[in-house]
Design a protein around this ligand. Structure first.
Ligand code: NAD
Length: 451
């Protein structure tokens, strides 16, 4: 038996023994996870800086802070989430009670990407633990310091037959996908998402796929441009644009483009200085392949602002571009870097066709003061989730489900939705034995009357 098979079998045994079923066990594990993150806080900052040059501001706001909030929320609500839910029973079932029991799936596999390497490995784990599962976590090989730290932290804090981290590249990932997991939670790119789903289908394993795509950001002529610019610059250049829900491109009403560009430049310099590459706090591009991919986009239009880069350190300054063609590579791929192409429109209806071009975006952002138009965009365009007059912030609330639609993903999580994702809702009808209803059986008088 391979080591991977052995780990999965051990976890299956622990799950079958019923250890994870109680409230006491689960709450204790969530508390341990919380303390683990507190204990390792300085090392977390250090490893994220080594891997991606992440600033302490970004580690706090987008990795650790988010996780602390999710764990606290799960701890507060776990007892209520675990209760069987009583629902109404139709009169045709008179005497019976209808209940939904919250059943954990069993042993789950979590595969995570590199861009928020701690957040995206641990956030689904919170849901998996709360729901009473055991888990194997496969972090990204592209952020070796953080993945190593995740393994060390989990190994030191939890029993291996309950939670295990397995590091490795796509080969290890594929070997894991051959195992008889009970649920697979994948965060990553669309092409790998397809592989995961294909593999899972062979064993009929349910999946959540948190994928990517091109998320448009629309700025209408009546938008408050100063706020729009500030919120766009923040959402786009956070993590050097390597955020699944970052505004991928701007669609600006042509009458306000010039003014918006001025505001964008001003905000970039206010938030990051005129040459952020010089600071030790601007996130770097994850590897050379991605760096070169981004450099090629710079050839596909006109650089309005920025464009400076440093290949040795894989750094690229925030860059604004225009004169970009819809058929260019940049407008076909997910940009996933600090380049913001700016395209214009005249009538809002045009926006619809343009967005259809990028198919089911993970996120959409619309800036306007007009509620009727806000409602039109929200109702008529298909996207995973998004904001009106803001960017990215919808991801940071545990009251809103987070996930894609179509090619940007399947399923959702965060807050209670994470618990639900890792829970099978088992319907149970408890029948009375005090009496019986004759009409449901063949040869009853009711049946004869109808005939
Ligand atoms: P990726 O798909 O290349 O890798 C993700 C994980 O899958 C890694 O752990 C990797 O080792 C593994 N993997 C890679 N190739 C594999 C294969 N052939 N078979 C099995 N496993 C394989 O993604 P990435 O480059 O790490 O992350 C960037 C992508 O993730 C972007 O598309 C981004 O939009 C998306 N993303 C989505 C979300 C979300 O919540 N929806 C969040 C972050 C990133």
């Amino acid at each position: 038996m391979s080591e991977i098979q052995e780990i999965v079998q051990h976890q299956k045994s622990l799950f079958r023994a019923g250890k994870t079923m109680t409230y006491t066990y689960r709450i204790h594990q969530l508390q341990k996870l919380k303390q683990m993150l507190e204990r390792y806080e300085p090392r977390i900052y250090e490893s994220l800086h080594k891997d991606l040059n992440k600033s302490s501001y970004e580690v706090l706001t987008t990795e650790l802070g988010y996780l602390q909030q999710e764990i606290n929320y799960a701890i507060k609500h776990l007892r209520e989430w675990m209760q069987p839910k009583k629902v109404k029973t139709p009169t045709s079932h008179k005497g019976a009670k209808s209940l939904i029991y919250k059943q954990p799936y069993g042993v789950v596999l979590i595969i995570s990407p590199w861009n928020y390497p701690l957040h995206l490995a641990i956030a689904p784990l919170i849901g998996a633990i709360a729901a009473g599962n055991t888990a194997v976590i496969k972090p990204s090989e592209l952020t070796p310091y953080t993945s190593e730290l995740i393994e060390e932290m989990i190994e030191e804090t939890f029993e291996k037959k309950y939670l295990t981290v397995i590091q490795g590249d796509q080969e290890i990932s594929q070997a894991l996908l051959d195992q008889p997991f009970d649920y697979i939670f994948f965060t990553g790119s669309v092409p790998v998402g397809k592989i995961v789903m294909e593999k899972a289908s062979q064993q009929l394993i349910p999946v959540t796929l948190e994928l990517g795509g091109k998320s448009p950001c629309i700025v209408d002529h009546d938008a408050k441009l100063e706020y729009a610019a500030r919120r766009i610059v923040w959402g786009k250049f956070l993590n050097a644009g390597q955020t699944c829900v970052a505004p991928d491109y701007l669609l600006v009403h042509q009458n306000v483009k010039e003014k918006l560009v001025q505001h964008l430049q001003k905000e970039i310099e206010k938030m990051y200085s005129p040459n952020p590459m010089e600071s030790d706090e601007f996130t770097k591009i994850v590897n050379e392949r991605h760096f070169d991919r981004l450099m090629a986009y710079l050839e596909e239009g006109n650089i309005l602002y920025g464009g400076k880069s440093d290949r040795d350190n894989r750094l690229m300054n925030p860059t604004l571009m225009d004169a970009v063609d819809w058929d260019s590579k940049m407008m076909k791929d997910e940009i996933f870097g600090p380049i913001l192409p700016i395209l214009t429109y005249q009538e809002l209806e045009e926006v619809y066709d343009h967005i259809e071009h990028s198919r089911n975006p993970l996120a959409l952002y619309y800036f306007s003061e007009n509620e009727r138009k806000q409602e039109w965009i929200t109702r008529n365009i298909s996207f995973g989730g998004g904001c009106i007059n803001d960017t990215v912030m919808h991801l940071g609330t545990n009251q809103l489900p987070f996930g894609g639609i179509g090619s940007s993903g399947i399923g959702k999580y965060h807050g209670k939705y994470s618990f639900d994702t890792f829970t099978h809702e088992k319907s149970v009808l408890k029948q009375t034995t005090a009496f019986d209803l004759a009409f449901r059986y063949p040869n009853s008088k009711v049946g004869r009357k109808i005939l």
